[in-house]
Design a protein. Structure first.
Length: 166
């Protein structure tokens, strides 16, 4: 994946939304280093911003690496209820990741419906021999029928759901 840059680095909440979008799409991203000429000197603003966002990037980098290594898949085999909800799939075989993000401006409840059979999982294995966890936000999952997961999506936050054989 390429590394998009964020030109709105001065705005902390905008950086957090942008980082979550990068995670949903499995892209490495960074803030743009800008400078101004002040009395003939180049003044970099980035160090202060880095300190502000260090925890955010410490959270982001391991997760985007995981998704990148798993590999983006063009067919999600999943759909989500709700408004302005994005779903992307990474990986195949015994472990699949689904990145899900709400672009809505308020929290919303969502049901993620996953076609377990198309992903190579036996739907009858749910919930005893399949493990389904959310690993990015600590969002509790409500496991309903095989292939359905209920969760609450916070605005502009990406959840990463791991589905694997137990």
């Amino acid at each position: 994946m390429y590394a998009p840059t964020n030109a709105r680095w001065e705005d902390g909440p905008a950086v957090e939304r942008w980082v979550n979008r990068c995670l949903c799409y499995g892209m490495f991203g960074t803030n743009v280093r800008t400078y101004s000429h002040e009395k003939g000197k180049i003044k970099y603003y980035y160090p202060a911003v880095y300190q502000r966002d260090q925890r955010l990037f410490d959270w982001f980098v391991p997760k985007v690496r995981l998704l990148s290594r798993a590999g983006w898949e063009p067919v999600t085999c999943a759909r989500a209820s709700g408004e302005k909800v994005l779903v992307e799939r990474y990986g195949s075989g015994d472990k699949v990741y689904l990145a899900i993000m709400s672009e809505a401006d308020s929290p919303q409840d969502c049901v993620l419906t996953v076609d377990l059979g198309s992903l190579g999982f036996d739907p009858s294995d749910h919930p005893h021999r399949l493990r389904i966890d959310e690993m990015a936000q600590g969002t509790p999952l409500g496991l309903t029928t095989p292939g359905q997961v209920a969760l609450r999506l916070e605005p502009h936050k990406t959840c990463v759901i791991a589905i694997q054989k137990a």
